[in-house]
Design a protein around this ligand. Structure first.
Ligand code: NAD
Length: 335
């Protein structure tokens, strides 16, 4: 579905983190709906580098881009020479900045701040010099355990990831005051959908439960999962928010959720309904108490008002739409 009238002919779009989950969905959105736009993907892709928690440092995967015919650059946003090269040799009209240490459990504070905050500042400077609109990924992790509904301005991050995203937002506010370009931060809540498999254990629980069920295993939930509620948001709605944000004159920080929190138990129940199973759930203690969000619910009033954003997918519709892909990935990658 195309969300804006403009065909974006002769426009050049940079997508950082374009080999990741959300970035690759953006790349295909433009390819499919705005074939006359020039799309450049920049991503560090995956290597053997792992963080101290055992997870990969970057999750980009070429398979997320199979079928994408735009330009692809393998590079690190922390590399100032690369950014200079981009500044000299391209003229971007829009920058969608998705590249980040996206792992909320990463402990490397130095790498997190450098990659998520400092490199973002360099990209903002580039955007200003090109006159490009900046649409960047912030996160609901900025709220930590702040009371629901989460409202922009009431943040309380409880991990370095959330802190880094809040620092990006604070930086953006300063730039919004001083520059002419449009700068929009989108605080995604829990995103799920096509393209997330290569995030490994950091992929959404929708995918992980789906694969447990397809393997015939009893879905493993944390104790009290019917009362752990999150604002889960389908990838299509996240793309909608990004595209609507690219032409707004209303720079700012906006929540991207549904406004309707759902439980982890709901996810399993809907998946079992779609997959035609009736496996017994297993309940295990939650090891993340203290840095875990037990209730998130995006206040999306300002997102609707400023961007014309309107979430289109309830979880039932989204899982129905996604389940074929969950099965395909299971057959082709997991089995
Ligand atoms: N998926 C979610 O639920 C969610 C929620 C809130 C915010 N976000 C944010 O949205 C953005 C996209 O997330 P995602 O879910 O697609 O994660 P992802 O890990 O799939 O995508 C991030 C991409 O950035 C790349 N990358 C990492 N470090 C890089 C570097 N130094 N230089 C260049 N590329 C680098 C990775 O290879 C990866 O492809 C991230 O900024 C993330 O923090 C995601």
């Amino acid at each position: 579905m195309r969300y804006i009238e403009d065909d974006l002919k002769d426009k050049t779009i940079l997508i950082t983190g374009g080999a990741g989950f959300i970035g690759s969905n953006l790349a295909f959105y433009f390819q499919n709906n705005h074939p006359d736009a020039k799309v450049v993907v920049l991503d560090s892709f995956r290597s053997s580098c792992v963080l101290s928690n055992g997870n990969l440092k970057s999750f980009g995967h070429f398979k997320n881009l199979i079928g994408f015919s735009g330009e692809i650059i393998s590079g690190d946003i922390n590399d100032k020479d690369l950014l200079l090269d981009l500044e000299i040799n391209y003229k971007f009209d829009y920058i969608f900045h998705e590249a980040a240490i996206s792992d909320t459990t990463a402990q490397e504070q130095d790498l997190m701040i450098k990659t998520n905050v400092n490199a973002y500042k360099d990209l903002l400077e580039l955007a200003i010099r090109h006159g490009a609109n900046m649409i960047y990924a912030s996160s609901a992790a900025t709220y930590g355990n702040a009371k629901s509904p989460q409202i922009v301005g009431r943040e309380a991050p409880n991990n370095v990831y959330g802190f880094s995203k809040l620092s990006m937002d604070n930086l953006s506010r300063e730039y919004i005051k001083e520059s002419d370009i449009s700068i929009v931060g989108l605080r995604y809540f829990n995103v799920y959908g096509r393209g997330e498999y290569f995030k490994n254990t950091t992929a959404s629980m929708v995918l992980q439960f789906g694969h447990q069920i397809l393997a015939g295993k009893n879905p493993k939930l944390f104790e009290g999962s019917d009362k752990i509620l999150r604002d889960f948001i389908y990838i299509e709605d996240v793309i909608q928010a990004n595209i609507k944000a690219m032409q707004t004159k209303k720079s700012g920080i906006y929540n991207v959720g549904t406004g309707v929190p759902r439980s982890f138990q709901d996810i399993v129940d809907i998946l079992q309904h779609e997959l035609g199973t009736n496996l017994k759930c297993e309940y295990i203690p939650n090891p993340f108490v203290g840095s875990y969000q037990f209730h998130t619910e995006a206040d999306i009033g300002s997102t609707k008002e400023a961007l014309g954003y309107e979430p289109a997918y309830e979880m039932e519709d989204a899982i129905k739409d996604y389940v074929g892909e969950i099965k395909r990935v299971y057959e082709q990658e997991v089995k």
